[in-house]
Write a protein that binds this ligand. Structure first.
Ligand code: ADP
Ligand code: MG
Length: 625
């Protein structure tokens, strides 16, 4: 006690200064004010409640949705010398009783709980006897159906708080806050006149790109080939494609693991750890993978399929570059992705625990989000600006200069004539068919069914014989994105004209669309992307060698202690060590990310490694002197 927030930050976490928004958030909670904190992934929300937790008297309770997330956060706290624990279903009965007993005698400063535990009688009766000064709700968007991870158990939080003898301060933290979600969080947690801390959503170190390759497999292989030795995540829409893509990468000799809800719990755990612990460099996964992973050195996230919403996309893509290093977020788009996404939205049983009414709201919201996501994938404007505007950011610069659209990695091609052919084919076939049939008809594909329905006699039949199917599909999706066509909902969506279609058919409106560039050009553009200035780069080859030596040391320690490597030290911390090469414990404490506890635990080992390296350098360069 008696330490300032800045001192607490340095002592426990080893950081010299707060990042944007953190100070405000910490101050609000310390002043006893409720807080709604909206910051993008990687901004450092955890510290916003962990610092007050250390400074306030009593206990801080953190509500967190996922077991793996709690576990890593608690390991990180314990390794920083902070007494913390989690209570969830992964504990055995004996472990759980032990944790409760410790809690009773005031052994912990911070405890993490799963929301379903809050209203259990045993837990509740304990909590009313404790002094709970702060309740922090992490991933607070889980409380809203408008967020993409609705968890009904989150609705219990305010009931729980109401049961406590004195009301603790409440802090809600999320990376996903469209205005609707923010409102839901405020209402449902019953926040009282909360201080709202909302930092910009921009993540300047992320490079965004969209590709529309003819063959996604080839595009993926090219991408991973260009990113050797980097840690990355490939997101796929379905379990089946996770299997296929991970087989493909394995076949080509990459070090890969996979993750989806169809695997056993043990296998999921093992695979996630293999990735977290840097035992494999690539994980291929469905969206089941991620909320529980705080790995800081993910250099790229590639979406093999377009996700269902920009929230989901930004959250998943945002798992790249948490350490602030330049990282790439790539989306491989094809019109088929829209079909897959719709199928997922319509899938029954996805939200079993919801009422029919809630389900209808969720579904409608899902469709709206999908359309916005499609606009992102097919649009020609700045990708970063599109994301930031979606999150309600004001004064967004129209061009960021750091995304594939800004770098002009596409051509805007005039497709007025083709658009007329497509629209007139839709019209002449009676606005009764989906994109697949329309594409077939334009290409002049004969099927018995088409003959029977006399579709082969249409004047538009075979008008686009030369065009490959995927190109027509891309044009159709561009027309959809520009609202020149619309599509009915449901499993067999039917294309129809819109008000705006007429002007095109009459030749009064030009249509253009973005066309992906060929492989060679993409390649050079990719290189350009990686030349983005890095916040902290290692200048000399010697520093780079030391960096890898330190990484190896970290890997050995992490393996012995059975924790993810980044919990020992982050890449950013090792990089700082490698370039500043501290010689004494005091110098070591100046490194960003080295707090007292870490210094005590690992300082000696790392100092020795650095000294040994300096020695080798000297003898190595002696003959030249
Ligand atoms: P979020 O929950 O917002 O996604 P985290 O709390 O997991 O982000 O923090 C992301 C990373 O940033 C972590 O590695 C954390 O240690 C680091 N970090 C947080 N605050 C600071 C700071 N003030 N200075 C340096 N690094 C920080
Ligand atoms: Mg977090």
């Amino acid at each position: 006690m008696g330490m300032t927030a800045a001192e607490t930050l340095k002592r426990y976490f080893g950081y010299d200064s707060f990042r944007g928004g953190q100070k405000q958030a910490v101050e609000a909670l310390l002043a006893g004010k409720d807080l709604l904190c909206v910051m993008p992934t990687g901004a450092g929300k955890s510290l916003c409640y962990q610092i007050p937790a250390l400074m306030l008297e009593g206990i801080t309770l953190v509500v967190s949705p996922l077991i793996s997330l709690m576990k890593d956060q608690v390991s990180a706290l314990v390794s920083a010398g902070i007494p913390a624990a989690f209570l969830n279903s992964s504990l055995s009965f004996a472990q759980y009783q032990k944790a409760l007993a410790n809690l009773r005698v005031g052994k912990y400063k911070i405890i993490y709980v799963a929301p379903e535990r809050l209203m259990l009688p045993e837990f509740l009766s304990l909590c009313v006897q404790l002094r709970i000064s702060l309740v922090a709700v992490d991933e607070a968007h889980c409380i809203s159906q408008w967020g993409q991870d609705f968890r009904p158990d989150y609705l219990k939080i305010s009931d729980f708080v109401a049961q406590l003898p004195s009301r603790p301060v409440l802090g809600a933290f999320t990376a996903t806050a469209t205005p609707q979600v923010a409102q839901d969080i405020e209402n449902r947690l019953k926040l009282e006149a909360p201080v709202v801390v909302r930092t910009g959503f921009d993540r300047p170190n992320l490079f965004f790109s969209v590709q529309m390759p003819d063959r996604k497999d080839a595009a993926l292989l090219r991408f991973v080939e260009e990113h050797p030795d980097q840690s990355g995540i490939v997101y796929c829409a379905t379990r089946k494609s996770v299997e296929q893509v991970s087989d493909l990468l394995t076949f080509h000799g990459y070090s890969v693991t996979r993750y989806h809800a169809g695997l056993t719990q043990e296998e999921r755990k093992k695979n996630q750890e293999d990735f977290s612990f840097d035992r494999v460099s690539i994980v291929v996964a469905t969206n089941a993978f991620g909320m529980g992973i705080d790995k800081s050195n993910v250099s790229w996230v590639l979406h093999y399929n377009m996700p269902k919403s920009l929230e989901a996309y930004y959250q998943e893509a945002g798992r790249a570059g948490r350490d602030g290093e330049p990282a790439e977020c790539v989306l491989l788009y094809s019109p088929q992705d829209v079909v897959i996404a719709k199928r997922l939205i319509e899938m029954p049983g996805e939200n079993e625990e919801l009422s029919e009414e809630d389900r209808a709201i969720v579904r409608e919201a899902d469709y709206q989000k999908l359309y916005r996501m499609t606009d992102y994938a097919t649009g020609t404007g700045c990708l970063r600006a599109a994301i930031l505007r979606y999150f309600g950011e004001k004064d967004v610069p129209p061009r960021c200069g750091n995304c594939s659209n800004c770098l002009g990695q596409y051509e805007a091609v005039d497709i007025t004539t083709q658009a007329q052919m497509i629209l007139s084919c839709v019209y002449r076939s009676g606005q009764r068919y989906g994109a697949g049939v329309i594409t077939d008809l334009l290409r002049g594909i004969r099927k018995p069914r088409y003959e029977e329905q006399r579709l082969t006699f249409l004047s538009t039949f075979g008008l686009m014989k030369e065009a490959p199917a995927h190109e027509i599909r891309l044009m159709i999706s561009a027309l959809l994105a520009q609202n020149l066509l619309c599509q009915s909902e449901g499993q067999y969506p039917v294309l129809r004209l819109t008000h705006a279609s007429e002007a095109v058919l009459r030749g009064e409106k030009q249509v253009s669309m973005k066309k992906p560039q060929k492989a060679g050009k993409e390649k050079s553009a990719g290189k350009k992307a990686r030349k983005q200035p890095a916040p902290e780069t290692l200048e000399s080859p010697a520093a780079l060698d030391l960096f890898s030596a330190l990484r190896q040391l970290r890997f050995r320690i992490a393996t012995t202690e059975n924790v993810p490597a980044y919990i020992v030290f982050s890449d950013a911390t090792l990089r700082d060590m490698a370039s500043r090469q501290p010689r004494t414990p005091d110098e070591m404490l100046l490194i960003s990310g080295v707090g007292r506890m870490k210094m005590e635990k690992y300082g000696e080992l790392f100092l020795r490694e650095i000294a040994a390296f300096a020695g080798r350098e000297q003898t190595g360069s002696a003959p030249e002197d």
